[in-house]
Design a protein around this ligand. Structure first.
Ligand code: 13P
Length: 333
């Protein structure tokens, strides 16, 4: 484990004005995204779509890294392997390394992430392909009497084990506990679930001796459930998110990047701006959005070659707006 390398990569990932594009949709998830434009996913079509995103002129000014899927890290753009293509443009290639979620046995409604089997071998292969960081997503669901401590703890344990394996190979881990925002719960309930989840994660990371300066946390904002009749505004989301983080996230962590989780691009942009306006955070607060960065570009592209320029225009416009949101300076009060 080379801590200087890990720290340097982690700091680059959250460099000023920059954030990460999550383009690591699994085969199942990319099909869900393509359903919106009536397109069938296959490796060539997935590549055409991602090539449109990655070749957008100027993105290196706003993107420090891109998270890739196993299929994508082995594909090429104009004869150059994608991780190499991105590196040449000054963008760090990263990789999703978990194997997705399954039901947590005996805990109805709750999920656990798989993928520790063979993880070391996969990480060695990805490192050879050029991956500098790796993501593992855990899903926490809000509902009647859930999340349980057991689900939170079991996911935290796996996040810690994966993080340690990454660091041993000088790959920066992005542990991603995501409290889902799909329910009808209030912001207060999301706050409680998020705080419990993050508290457990940092307890386990400490227990496993994970170096906190060599990781980037990816997580959700504290936000109202999508179906909640009372929606908290951006100011409330920002205030509760930062207050929760200050309660449980050690200051050694260099940066926190948000997932968008089903927020609209405008909502994810506005909330991030408000979060950065709050003074007193010891961390870089940036983005690692999937849908919020891609949605408008995907709709403009619509699976057609002749729409590539239009789609790239939509993509860079959104990336720029999100970068500006991330660059907001805290106000005095
Ligand atoms: P969304 O921003 O679309 O939630 O995706 C981020 C991500 O990487 C989820 O794992």
């Amino acid at each position: 484990m080379n801590i200087a390398v890990l720290k340097s990569t982690a700091n680059q990932m959250v460099a000023k004005g920059k954030g990460i594009l999550a383009a690591d949709e699994s085969s199942k998830t990319i099909q869900k995204r393509f359903d919106k434009i009536g397109l069938k996913s296959d490796p060539d079509t997935n590549l055409a779509y991602r090539k449109m995103l990655f070749t957008t002129p100027g993105i290196e000014n706003y993107l420090s890294g891109v998270i890739l899927f196993d299929e994508t890290i082995k594909q090429s753009i104009d004869g150059i392997l994608i991780p190499e293509y991105l590196s040449k443009r000054g963008i760090l290639p990263g990789i999703k390394v978990d194997k997705g979620i399954v039901d947590l046995p005996a805990f109805p409604g709750e999920k656990i992430t798989e993928g520790l089997d063979g993880l070391k071998e996969r990480l060695i292969e990805y490192a050879k392909l050029g991956a500098k960081f790796a993501k593992w997503r855990a899903v926490i669901t809000i509902g009647q009497n859930i999340p349980t401590d057991k689900c939170i703890e079991e996911n935290a344990k796996r996040l810690a084990k994966y993080s340690l394996l990454c660091q041993e190979l000088d790959i920066v881990p992005i542990p991603e506990p995501e409290v889902l925002m799909d329910g009808d719960n209030t912001l207060e309930i999301c706050q409680d679930a998020t705080e419990r989840t993050l508290k457990s994660l940092f307890t386990k990371l400490k227990e496993y001796n994970v170096n906190l300066e060599g990781l980037i946390l990816k997580t959700n904002m504290v936000i109202s459930g999508k179906k909640c009749p009372v929606q908290a505004n951006a100011q409330e989301v920002a205030k509760e998110t930062i207050a929760t983080f200050l309660n449980v996230i050690p200051k050694e962590v260099p940066g926190i990047v948000f997932l968008s989780g089903g927020q609209t691009p405008d909502q994810a942009t506005e909330n991030l701006a408000k979060i950065n306006k709050i003074a007193g955070s010891p961390w870089q607060l940036s983005y690692s959005y999937g849908r919020a960065l891609q949605d408008e570009a995907l709709m403009a592209w619509a699976g057609k070659n002749e729409n590539v320029m239009e789609a790239q225009k939509a993509f860079i416009e959104r990336v720029k707006k999100v970068s500006q949101a991330r660059s907001q300076q805290p106000s005095q009060n």
